[in-house]
Ligand binder design. Structure first.
Ligand code: SAH
Ligand code: SF4
Ligand code: F3S
Length: 443
């Protein structure tokens, strides 16, 4: 029996999840079928993330576990793909790790060829980055079993070079995907029953596609995607504050099916830190963008990313972050302690000089404050009625459904005769800082 069975495991951001779907599609066209059982696979691919040291440590640990599967199945091949493959290809291919192939984010079309190369026991690698690759013509295999929500990649790479960030090195230059292929993919998803799509890019605001005399920017793309069907919810992530224009905000305001939630990573509330981070905006600019969002889209929630303890961050800088959080009152946040990445601008230019325990304490203060804000935001929703798109059954509460509202809040609710993909009116009856709880409003 020589069946080709692929097991794929994904770490990191949504773009990696979307890439795994592209990889699955490429290999399916080469006679691989997907398996959910790692022991059954003869090809294991680990799609990896390099954003912080911890992300890489998790993958190294997982590779040690996977390597042991080779004892029982000598035919098994293990491949590392994604950002770590791009960054650490040589290290990964050291014989003790048991890795047979590495492929960087722009090399996925060559995966069938790389796998063939390993058949006779050789190692294979392709980490070439590209200026054009967008996988525009590849119809991803949807790995999310819900059949309701899907990610659609609209651009690749990043040219921003924020000082702390490894992404411009692992993903290469920014390039935008042909808008027609995006709209076609979204139409197809809608026809298959999907009701919530998220357009993905490291900085979707700088999406820009030109060909001949067509030129399409993000506001226009978003409007075209939203026009596919009013019953389709459209989200996007992530927006860079420096490029968040009023024209984009107005497009969102004009389309009720573009979700009322914007992720806008602030990173720090201190102008001095923002300057060293190379974020290219100030605290005042950020607050002005928030003001404009709230003016045009009053029911919009805001989420953010914050880094604690970047190079040279003083106690005063940290206080500025806390005070910005108090001013904005984000509905949700991802919060991290700074982790130096080799090769980045910060690693070359600045000293990682905030002691670990200070980073930890500042991060904890940020987390505690955010918890307060998230809880207050959710409490303010108790008693309200939202239209919720049911995505599936709640993992924790038996018989309850789970879904999100336009504001991207997770809602666990009681309902009858509702299936994933249905819209339901839900009255909020309670909450935690992370979840709203409710029940279907009787018709
Ligand atoms: N392109 C997105 C961010 C992608 S990375 C944007 O600019 O909004 C996701 C988040 O990881 C970043 O927003 C940042 O908060 C965090 N991050 C990136 N590099 C980091 C590092 N070296 N240490 C700690 N956090 C980091
Ligand atoms: Fe990294 Fe900055 Fe690009 Fe985001 S915008 S991926 S933080 S370099
Ligand atoms: Fe990680 Fe690469 Fe995404 S470093 S966050 S998987 S772009």
């Amino acid at each position: 029996m020589n069946e080709k069975k692929l097991y794929i495991e994904t770490y990191g951001c949504q773009m990696n999840f979307s890439d795994s779907e592209i990889v699955a599609s490429i290999l399916r066209d080469n006679d691989y079928s997907l398996t959910a059982d790692v022991k059954e696979a003869n090809l294991i691919l680990v799609n990896t993330c390099s954003i912080r040291e911890k992300a890489e440590e998790r993958v190294w640990k997982r590779l040690r576990e996977l390597r042991s599967l080779k004892k029982r199945n000598p035919q098994l091949k293990i491949g590392v793909i994604g950002c770590m493959a791009e960054r650490l290809h040589d290290k990964l291919l050291a014989p003790e790790h048991g890795v047979d192939l590495v492929a960087g984010p722009d090399a996925y079309r060559t995966l069938p060829y790389l796998v063939d190369q390993t058949a006779a026991g050789a190692q294979a690698a392709n980490i070439q980055l590209s200026l054009e690759e967008t996988y525009a013509d590849i119809e991803p295999v949807r790995l999310d079993p819900s059949g309701v929500t899907a990610f659609v990649s609209i651009m690749r790479g990043c040219d921003n070079f924020c000082a702390y960030c490894v992404v411009p090195f692992t993903r290469g230059r920014e390039r935008s995907r042909n808008p027609q292929t995006i709209v076609d993919e979204v139409k197809h998803l809608f026809e298959k029953g999907y009701r919530d799509v998220t357009l993905l890019g490291q900085n979707v605001n700088s999406y820009h596609f030109t060909e001949g005399n067509t030129s399409v920017g993000f506001p226009e793309l978003l409007a075209r995607v939203a026009s596919v069907d009013p019953r389709l919810r459209v989200r996007f992530t992530t927006s860079h504050p420096k490029d968040l224009s009023d024209s984009l905000i107005k497009v969102i305001a004009a389309h009720p099916n573009i979700c009322r939630s914007i992720h806008l990573a602030v990173q720090s509330g201190s102008n001095e830190v923002l300057r060293r981070m190379n974020r290219k905006y100030t605290r005042e600019w950020f607050l002005d963008r928030v003001r404009s969002i709230r003016q045009h889209i009053p029911d919009c929630t805001l989420s953010t990313d914050i880094i604690a303890g970047f190079c040279g961050e003083t106690e005063e800088d940290h206080q500025q972050t806390l005070s910005l959080m108090d001013e904005v009152r984000f509905d949700a946040a991802f919060m991290f302690r700074y982790s130096e990445r080799e090769g980045t601008i910060a690693a070359k230019k600045y000293k990682d000089d905030v002691p670990d325990e200070v980073k930890a304490r500042r991060l904890q203060e940020i987390i505690d404050l955010q918890h307060k804000h998230s809880l207050a935001s959710n409490r303010a929703d108790v008693g309200k009625i939202f239209e919720v798109l049911a995505e599936g059954f709640s993992k924790r509460s038996n018989g309850m459904l789970s879904g999100r509202n336009s504001q991207n809040k997770v809602i666990v609710f009681k309902a009858e005769n509702v299936k994933p993909g249905d819209y339901v009116n839900v009255r909020i009856t309670g909450c935690t800082a992370a979840t709203l709880i409710g029940e279907q409003v009787s018709q």
